[in-house]
Design a protein around this ligand. Sequence first.
Ligand code: GAR
Length: 187
Amino acid sequence: MKNIAVFASGSGSNAENIFNHFRGSSVAQVRLFLTENPSAYVLERAKRLGVRAVVFGMDEFRSGGVLQVLKEEQVDFIVLAGFLKLIPSYLIDAYPNGIVNIHPALLPKFGGKGMYGDRVHAAVIAAGERESGITIHYVNHKYDEGKTIFQASCPVLATDSAADLAQRVHELEYKHFPTVIERVLKG
Ligand code: GAR
Protein backbone atom coordinates (compact mmCIF):
# COMPACT_ATOMS: atom_id res chain seq x y z
CA MET A 1 0.00 0.00 0.00
CA LYS A 2 1.44 3.36 -1.08
CA ASN A 3 0.81 6.58 0.80
CA ILE A 4 0.03 9.64 -1.30
CA ALA A 5 0.30 13.33 -0.38
CA VAL A 6 -1.54 15.83 -2.56
CA PHE A 7 -0.32 19.44 -2.79
CA ALA A 8 -2.93 22.01 -3.88
CA SER A 9 -2.99 25.81 -3.73
CA GLY A 10 -6.64 26.51 -4.45
CA SER A 11 -9.96 24.76 -4.89
CA GLY A 12 -8.67 21.22 -4.65
CA SER A 13 -11.32 19.53 -6.79
CA ASN A 14 -8.66 17.21 -8.23
CA ALA A 15 -7.35 16.51 -4.73
CA GLU A 16 -10.84 15.44 -3.67
CA ASN A 17 -11.33 13.35 -6.81
CA ILE A 18 -8.03 11.54 -6.23
CA PHE A 19 -8.87 11.00 -2.56
CA ASN A 20 -12.20 9.43 -3.55
CA HIS A 21 -10.64 7.27 -6.24
CA PHE A 22 -8.30 5.61 -3.73
CA ARG A 23 -10.87 5.25 -0.92
CA GLY A 24 -10.86 1.54 -0.09
CA SER A 25 -8.12 0.79 -2.65
CA SER A 26 -5.47 -1.82 -1.95
CA VAL A 27 -2.97 0.04 -4.17
CA ALA A 28 -2.78 3.41 -2.40
CA GLN A 29 -4.42 5.85 -0.06
CA VAL A 30 -4.32 9.63 0.19
CA ARG A 31 -2.82 10.41 3.60
CA LEU A 32 -2.76 14.18 3.50
CA PHE A 33 -3.38 17.39 1.63
CA LEU A 34 -0.76 20.14 1.83
CA THR A 35 -1.02 23.78 0.87
CA GLU A 36 0.89 27.04 1.19
CA ASN A 37 -2.39 28.96 1.05
CA PRO A 38 -4.24 29.27 4.39
CA SER A 39 -7.46 30.30 2.62
CA ALA A 40 -7.42 27.54 -0.01
CA TYR A 41 -10.76 25.79 -0.42
CA VAL A 42 -8.90 22.48 -0.39
CA LEU A 43 -8.78 22.90 3.42
CA GLU A 44 -12.60 22.84 3.58
CA ARG A 45 -12.58 19.70 1.47
CA ALA A 46 -10.07 18.09 3.82
CA LYS A 47 -12.35 18.78 6.80
CA ARG A 48 -15.35 17.30 5.03
CA LEU A 49 -13.41 14.23 3.85
CA GLY A 50 -11.68 13.68 7.18
CA VAL A 51 -8.20 13.82 5.67
CA ARG A 52 -5.29 15.49 7.43
CA ALA A 53 -4.43 18.92 6.02
CA VAL A 54 -1.17 20.80 6.54
CA VAL A 55 -0.62 24.48 5.82
CA PHE A 56 3.05 25.35 5.52
CA GLY A 57 4.93 28.64 5.25
CA MET A 58 7.07 29.28 2.19
CA ASP A 59 10.26 29.61 4.26
CA GLU A 60 9.58 26.23 5.82
CA PHE A 61 8.82 24.81 2.37
CA ARG A 62 12.04 26.10 0.82
CA SER A 63 14.25 25.06 3.74
CA GLY A 64 13.12 21.44 4.09
CA GLY A 65 10.54 21.64 6.88
CA VAL A 66 7.91 19.86 4.82
CA LEU A 67 9.94 16.64 4.73
CA GLN A 68 9.21 16.02 8.40
CA VAL A 69 5.47 15.77 7.91
CA LEU A 70 5.89 13.63 4.78
CA LYS A 71 8.02 11.25 6.84
CA GLU A 72 5.51 11.23 9.70
CA GLU A 73 2.81 10.08 7.28
CA GLN A 74 5.21 7.70 5.51
CA VAL A 75 4.46 9.34 2.18
CA ASP A 76 5.75 7.38 -0.84
CA PHE A 77 4.34 9.49 -3.64
CA ILE A 78 3.51 13.17 -4.18
CA VAL A 79 0.80 14.53 -6.45
CA LEU A 80 0.65 18.21 -7.45
CA ALA A 81 -2.93 19.10 -8.27
CA GLY A 82 -3.20 22.83 -8.85
CA PHE A 83 -0.09 23.56 -6.77
CA LEU A 84 1.52 26.79 -7.93
CA LYS A 85 4.95 26.90 -6.32
CA LEU A 86 8.21 25.56 -7.67
CA ILE A 87 9.19 22.33 -5.94
CA PRO A 88 12.52 22.75 -4.10
CA SER A 89 15.45 20.51 -5.03
CA TYR A 90 15.55 18.68 -1.68
CA LEU A 91 12.02 17.40 -2.30
CA ILE A 92 12.77 16.28 -5.86
CA ASP A 93 15.86 14.50 -4.59
CA ALA A 94 13.90 12.83 -1.77
CA TYR A 95 11.29 11.50 -4.24
CA PRO A 96 13.03 10.44 -7.46
CA ASN A 97 10.29 9.75 -10.06
CA GLY A 98 7.92 10.11 -7.14
CA ILE A 99 6.33 13.49 -7.86
CA VAL A 100 3.77 14.06 -10.61
CA ASN A 101 1.96 17.21 -11.73
CA ILE A 102 -1.07 17.89 -13.87
CA HIS A 103 -1.02 20.83 -16.25
CA PRO A 104 -4.24 22.05 -17.91
CA ALA A 105 -2.88 22.27 -21.48
CA LEU A 106 -0.87 20.25 -23.97
CA LEU A 107 2.74 20.85 -22.89
CA PRO A 108 5.27 21.98 -24.05
CA LYS A 109 2.88 24.73 -25.16
CA PHE A 110 1.37 27.08 -22.57
CA GLY A 111 3.55 26.01 -19.65
CA GLY A 112 6.10 27.67 -17.41
CA LYS A 113 6.13 30.08 -14.50
CA GLY A 114 2.88 31.98 -14.00
CA MET A 115 0.92 29.67 -16.29
CA TYR A 116 -1.83 28.18 -14.18
CA GLY A 117 -5.57 27.79 -14.12
CA ASP A 118 -7.59 30.28 -16.17
CA ARG A 119 -4.45 32.09 -17.34
CA VAL A 120 -3.54 28.98 -19.30
CA HIS A 121 -7.01 28.71 -20.84
CA ALA A 122 -7.08 32.42 -21.74
CA ALA A 123 -3.69 32.06 -23.47
CA VAL A 124 -4.84 28.98 -25.41
CA ILE A 125 -7.94 30.86 -26.64
CA ALA A 126 -5.95 34.02 -27.45
CA ALA A 127 -3.54 31.93 -29.56
CA GLY A 128 -6.44 30.60 -31.63
CA GLU A 129 -5.71 26.96 -30.75
CA ARG A 130 -8.29 24.43 -31.94
CA GLU A 131 -7.26 21.87 -29.35
CA SER A 132 -6.23 21.86 -25.69
CA GLY A 133 -6.13 19.20 -23.00
CA ILE A 134 -4.14 17.89 -20.07
CA THR A 135 -0.56 16.82 -19.48
CA ILE A 136 0.45 14.62 -16.57
CA HIS A 137 4.22 14.66 -16.08
CA TYR A 138 7.01 13.90 -13.65
CA VAL A 139 8.27 16.94 -11.80
CA ASN A 140 11.86 18.07 -12.18
CA HIS A 141 13.73 21.25 -11.29
CA LYS A 142 11.91 23.43 -13.83
CA TYR A 143 8.25 24.40 -14.14
CA ASP A 144 6.36 22.00 -16.45
CA GLU A 145 9.45 20.43 -18.03
CA GLY A 146 9.56 16.93 -16.51
CA LYS A 147 8.98 13.83 -18.63
CA THR A 148 5.43 13.48 -19.93
CA ILE A 149 3.51 10.45 -18.68
CA PHE A 150 0.14 11.04 -20.32
CA GLN A 151 -1.76 13.54 -22.45
CA ALA A 152 -5.41 13.75 -23.47
CA SER A 153 -6.97 16.40 -25.67
CA CYS A 154 -10.28 18.18 -26.13
CA PRO A 155 -11.55 20.70 -28.68
CA VAL A 156 -11.42 24.46 -28.18
CA LEU A 157 -14.63 25.96 -29.57
CA ALA A 158 -14.80 29.37 -31.24
CA THR A 159 -17.31 30.50 -28.63
CA ASP A 160 -15.30 29.32 -25.59
CA SER A 161 -14.57 31.58 -22.65
CA ALA A 162 -11.67 30.60 -20.36
CA ALA A 163 -14.27 29.23 -17.94
CA ASP A 164 -15.88 27.06 -20.65
CA LEU A 165 -12.53 25.61 -21.60
CA ALA A 166 -11.56 25.14 -17.95
CA GLN A 167 -14.68 23.06 -17.44
CA ARG A 168 -13.91 20.82 -20.42
CA VAL A 169 -10.31 20.38 -19.27
CA HIS A 170 -11.41 19.65 -15.70
CA GLU A 171 -13.59 16.81 -16.99
CA LEU A 172 -10.48 15.28 -18.61
CA GLU A 173 -8.57 15.74 -15.36
CA TYR A 174 -11.22 14.01 -13.28
CA LYS A 175 -11.44 11.14 -15.75
CA HIS A 176 -7.73 10.46 -16.20
CA PHE A 177 -5.61 11.79 -13.33
CA PRO A 178 -6.49 9.16 -10.69
CA THR A 179 -6.11 6.22 -13.09
CA VAL A 180 -2.80 7.51 -14.44
CA ILE A 181 -1.52 7.88 -10.84
CA GLU A 182 -2.65 4.33 -10.13
CA ARG A 183 -0.84 3.04 -13.21
CA VAL A 184 2.37 4.82 -12.22
CA LEU A 185 2.13 3.41 -8.70
CA LYS A 186 1.66 -0.10 -10.01
CA GLY A 187 4.82 0.35 -12.10
C1 GAR B 1 -6.30 22.26 -12.51
O1 GAR B 1 -6.95 22.53 -13.71
C2 GAR B 1 -4.83 21.99 -12.74
O2 GAR B 1 -4.57 21.38 -13.98
C3 GAR B 1 -4.27 23.39 -12.74
O3 GAR B 1 -4.95 24.05 -11.70
C4 GAR B 1 -6.28 23.52 -11.62
C5 GAR B 1 -6.58 23.22 -10.18
O4 GAR B 1 -7.93 22.90 -10.02
N1 GAR B 1 -2.85 23.38 -12.53
C6 GAR B 1 -2.04 24.28 -13.07
O5 GAR B 1 -2.44 25.20 -13.75
C7 GAR B 1 -0.55 24.07 -12.78
N2 GAR B 1 0.27 24.87 -13.62
P1 GAR B 1 -8.42 22.22 -8.66
O6 GAR B 1 -7.79 23.01 -7.51
O7 GAR B 1 -9.91 22.36 -8.67
O8 GAR B 1 -7.97 20.79 -8.67
